[in-house]
Design a protein around this ligand. Structure first.
Ligand code: CU
Length: 232
């Protein structure tokens, strides 16, 4: 159960009873073992997003990672790299079932500390953007996409051929497990150095985030995971 607001609690599937699941911290280059117990009635698997690890433990069905059978368990053993903010999530295919796979609460932060992590900041926060209560929306909802905000060619180069009625919309939105106004504020002192790990944990949407009155300084971008993120 996730209490998004005092008036709105949803029921979903997550890791260790919460969503997002527990923050997992690992050290780059230090072997780890993760025991995954599947308490659901369907085969599952956990994907370690952004790591360079062998396919057998990467948690991707189509690359031959074995599934965790219903009510079974599997042990993932790997040596995490590269360093940086990553995440873990189910990699089962939802298809048209909006109560499976990436539409559920099966995700959490995975932080791979560099071998030498000076921690040059006063506070750090892990913030995941998320939508809930998905439904099939008969209208294409593409206004989140910044590339659509400029002038459009009279005839688009690629025609949108997506079947109508198969756009996924959402009724509830949250940062971590709280909708706007329902969570504790982030408390910082003037002059403190604050490190924020931001994750778009959405199954399908681009998101943006604003920090009115302040300016983000980007110290690492997880999309560029070809090499280690700089120590921060
Ligand atoms: Cu992923």
């Amino acid at each position: 159960m996730v209490e998004l607001t005092p008036a709105h609690t949803i029921s979903t599937i997550g890791y260790n009873g919460t969503s997002p699941g527990p923050l997992l911290r690992m050290r780059k280059g230090q072997p780890v073992t993760v025991e995954v117990i599947n308490d659901t009635d369907v085969p599952e698997l956990v994907h370690w997003h952004g790591l360079f690890i062998p396919a057998e433990v990467d948690g991707v069905e189509e690359e031959a990672t074995p599934m965790v059978p219903p009510h079974g368990r599997i042990r993932y053993q790997f040596t995490p790299r590269p360093a940086g903010t990553r995440w873990y999530h189910t990699h089962t295919m939802a298809g048209a079932d909006l109560h499976r796979g990436a539409y559920t609460g099966q995700f959490g932060f995975l932080f791979i500390e560099p071998a030498n992590y000076p921690g040059n900041f006063d506070k750090e926060f892990f913030l995941a953007l998320r939508e809930w209560e998905p439904f099939f929306n008969p209208e294409a909802d593409d206004d989140e996409d910044a590339s659509n905000s400029g002038p459009q060619p009279e005839r688009p180069k690629t025609l949108d051929t997506s079947p109508s009625g198969l756009e996924v919309g959402y009724q509830m939105f949250s940062i971590n497990d709280k909708s706007m106004g329902a969570g504790e504020p982030i408390r910082v002192r003037q002059g403190e150095r604050v490190l924020m790990h931001l994750l778009n944990a959405s199954a399908s949407m681009n998101r943006s985030i604003a920090l009115p009155g302040h300016r983000f300084q980007i110290v690492a971008d997880g999309r560029q995971s070809r090499s280690d993120t700089p120590d921060c």
